[in-house]
Design a protein around this ligand. Structure first.
Ligand code: IMP
Ligand code: MG
Length: 179
């Protein structure tokens, strides 16, 4: 696995495995008998989502979607847009949006608004990580893996400049210290 001196372990591979299995078990109970579409938000949620669905004992479909945030200057509102859409209509289906991390809440807020317009039977949010100290928009998170402090995290799908997604654990990223 690729790691370096900038990454300090926060959540181990074993802790992730245990928590992901618990979340999958709860989802299995909650969605039994419903037509479920699980949507992974690219790219960060891919690793989490692929582990999660393998522990969900239900018939389900998996979709991916892409979002991109405009730069968040001091005065801007952090606008989000869809860069890659679902391949099926959602009407009448139960939607589970899977995110790696809810930080300001802007992405999830945008996704809820976007998908509500397509009239699914329900929308639920599942996030591996939640950073409540950074909230700018309150969003309902129905399933949360871990609540974390305000650190920049990498690994298990989360990146810094495109790197570290392949780490099997979650770590705190510390940029190089200027001597
Ligand atoms: P939000 O719209 O501010 O809630 O941001 C959500 C997205 O920002 C996540 O899906 C991540 O892609 C990214 N993000 C937020 N915090 C972190 C972090 O600590 N490490 C890596 N990516 C992050
Ligand atoms: Mg993301």
């Amino acid at each position: 696995m690729y790691s370096d001196e900038h990454v300090q372990m926060l959540i181990s591979e074993t802790q992730l495995k245990t928590r992901v299995q618990e979340m999958a078990q709860k989802l299995t109970e909650d969605f039994r008998g419903r037509e479920l579409v699980v949507v992974a938000v690219l790219k960060g949620a891919l690793v989490f989502c692929s582990d999660l669905i393998r522990h969900m004992d239900l018939p389900l479909e998996m979709e991916v979607l892409g979002v991109s945030s405009y730069p968040r200057g001091a005065e801007t509102t952090g606008e989000v847009r869809l860069t890659f859409d679902l391949t099926q209509p959602l009407g009448g289906k139960h939607l589970l949006l899977v995110e790696d991390i809810v930080d300001t809440g802007l992405t999830v807020d945008f996704l809820i608004q976007t998908f509500e317009a397509r009239k699914p039977a329900s929308i639920n949010i599942c996030a591996l990580l939640h950073k409540p100290s950074r909230t700018r928009v309150h969003v309902p998170i129905d399933y949360t893996g871990f609540t974390v402090e305000d650190h920049f995290l990498v690994g298990y799908g989360l990146d810094h400049g495109g790197r570290y997604r392949n780490l099997p654990f979650i770590g705190i990223f510390n940029p190089a210290q200027v001597p």
